[in-house]
Design a binder for this molecule. Structure first.
Ligand code: TYD
Length: 227
């Protein structure tokens, strides 16, 4: 039997680890060409200027295992995977990303900024792909213990403006999913809007039009209560 003092100190360590101040977890979401990557970098710089420890990451990817899965997801034939297989691969990549990159950073008190997270799977595979949001949430519960961001910022641009920006970046080359038709991307936009309406505490929808510095200011204003 364990001596009382060791049981007591074991209990104390459990309690203190539960009380450790956790960092903040922020995701940036939106359709193709809305400027997420640019804004993620600008936001990271602004937060570092306030003395915060900031980790920049992305999905699919963000850990060596998840980056390997990213290649499977974004390269190859348009019909390479069924919608269900695609959802499982995104959930598997996310599970590794959460376990290896996101949770350790949050536990040391860092701010984690990710370019896409669960809500992309809910909008693309769950909504546009027809897998359903309940199934996507179940996969997330299994793979990542249901971890959710403290705040999710949806960058919104009218479809024609976003298509123009997407065509001018990376030489305009679309990946397997980005290259899908306007109907698919229209459903993605609808799904993001409905997610934001259902969970107003976590989501903020930001107008992504105009100068990048103004968009960054709008994003920072939505984080005031977390700073
Ligand atoms: P990426 O190169 O990161 O594109 P973007 O700059 O538009 O973010 O490629 C990610 C692609 O994968 C993008 O088309 C969105 C899609 N995606 C999903 O379909 N489901 C997901 O869960 C995630 C994270 C991304």
């Amino acid at each position: 039997m364990k001596p009382v003092s060791s049981t007591a100190s074991w209990r104390a360590s459990i309690i203190s680890s539960a009380e450790v101040k956790r960092g903040r977890f922020i995701s940036l979401e939106g359709g193709e060409g809305v400027g997420k990557s640019t804004q993620l970098k600008r936001l990271a710089e602004a937060l570092r200027a306030r003395g915060l420890d900031v980790v920049e990451t992305r999905e699919p990817g963000g850990s060596p295992g998840a980056e390997a899965i990213r290649k499977l997801l974004l390269e190859g034939e348009a019909e390479r995977w069924t919608a269900e297989t695609e959802a499982l691969l995104f959930a598997a990549a996310r599970a590794d990303h959460v376990a290896r990159t996101i949770r350790p950073a949050l536990e040391r008190g860092a701010w984690v900024l990710t370019d896409r997270f669960l809500d992309s799977s809910l909008a693309y595979q769950g909504g546009a792909g027809g897998v359903g949001t309940d199934a996507i949430r179940q996969l997330h519960a299994i793979g990542s213990a249901g971890l959710l961001p403290d705040r999710t910022i949806i960058l919104h641009l009218p479809a024609d403006a976003a298509a123009g920006r997407a065509a001018t970046r990376d030489g305009g080359a679309a990946d397997r999913i980005g290259g899908r038709g306007a109907d698919y991307h229209g459903l993605v936009a609808l799904a993001f809007r409905s997610l934001a309406e259902k969970e107003p505490g976590r989501f903020r929808v930001i107008d992504a039009a105009g100068a990048p510095e103004h968009v960054t200011d709008r994003i920072l204003a939505t984080l005031d209560d977390l700073l």
